[in-house]
Design a protein around this ligand. Structure first.
Ligand code: C2E
Ligand code: CA
Ligand code: CA
Ligand code: CA
Length: 279
């Protein structure tokens, strides 16, 4: 009902085999998409309550025909199972770096981006030392973009952070890149990870925001998150802000950075209409 292209597969016989078949299909689609430039970055604004633009988050879409896009929830789990997520994340990081480089001389793109461009990295990609090396090299070669790049890290099923992964985050931050812990309040170990890894901020997950008014556990999570962010000096962004009631409840908790349909929906970059310049 939100115009989202969600796929659902049915199998009456062997659900396991069909999952494998689906994964293979997605793997083929994803490889093709990388080679034939069928991925596209949308972006969604992060703003203050009065609508002032702070920055944008890049959200991945897979073009499917002329006017349709497939949303990441449809293909990211398969990509992760097939070991392709790091290739997707690399494409996204490369594209984001292009956009930021272009924004240094393109004032309309700079205005569209605001103070920062945020990208999502999965924790699996973080564990890939080849990716880490590649990204740090890219940033070394383009120091002008570091202060405008943000990285949002989602914890999936993994609980432990290795010394290499923590070191990667530290090096990104040393380069001036801000690193946010994504999906806070939903993850497996949200509070624990704050003891191990230094982040610049947290993003309160939209499911916590959605149920803030009705679920006492989500309310407690939001209250605790706000208190932790304040006492640790972390930025806090609430995502999935849909209604005036959501906004009022968040403001009451002292939260001032918002992302959600109430303000803006994800949309393509105006510059996506043009061919990007190679880095
Ligand atoms: P996320 O990082 O938590 O991103 C926020 C999601 O919430 C986006 O969904 C966004 O469109 C949606 N959203 C924003 N405001 C609202 C709202 O007010 N109400 C509701 N119901 N939803 C809202 P999207 O674009 O479908 O992305 C889903 C997830 O896919 C993202 O969740 C992120 O984990 C992953 N993802 C998206 N792009 C990338 C990417 O480039 N790389 C990786 N590794 N993951 C990505
Ligand atoms: Ca995110
Ligand atoms: Ca989220
Ligand atoms: Ca997420």
């Amino acid at each position: 009902d939100q115009g989202r292209n969600r796929f659902r597969f049915y199998s009456s016989r062997d659900p396991k085999l069909s999952l494998i078949q689906q994964d293979l299909n997605w793997a083929h689609k994803i490889r093709t998409a990388i080679h034939e430039e069928q991925f596209e970055l949308f972006h969604q604004q992060i703003n203050t309550a009065d609508g002032t633009l702070l920055g944008v988050e890049c959200l991945l879409r897979l073009r499917d025909g002329e006017h349709h896009h497939i949303f990441p929830d449809a293909f990211i789990p398969a990509a992760e199972r097939m070991g392709l997520l790091k290739h997707i994340d690399r494409w996204v990081a490369q594209r984001a770096a292009q956009l930021l480089t272009q924004s240094l001389s393109d004032s309309s793109l700079a205005a569209e981006i605001g103070s920062y461009l945020s990208i999502n990295l999965s924790s699996g990609t973080l564990a890939d030392s080849e990716f880490a090396f590649w990204l740090l090299e890219l940033l070394d070669a383009h120091p002008g973009i570091c202060s405008k790049l943000r990285i949002e890290i989602t914890e999936t099923e993994r609980i432990s952070w290795t010394r290499e992964e923590i070191g990667f985050v530290d090096r990104l931050r040393a380069q001036g890149v801000l690193v946010m812990l994504d999906d806070f309040g939903m993850g497996y170990n949200s509070f624990d990870v704050l003891k191990k890894v230094r982040f610049d901020g947290i993003k309160l997950d939209r499911q916590v925001v959605r149920d803030l008014g009705s679920d006492p556990v989500d309310r407690a999570l939001a209250v605790a998150s706000a208190a932790i962010a304040r006492s640790m000096g972390l930025q806090l962004v609430a995502e999935g802000v849909e209604t005036q009631d959501d906004l009022a409840a968040l403001l009451e908790l002292g939260i001032h950075h918002f992302q959600g349909y109430m303000f803006h929906r994800p949309k393509p970059f105006a510059s996506e209409l043009m061919q990007p310049e190679p880095l």
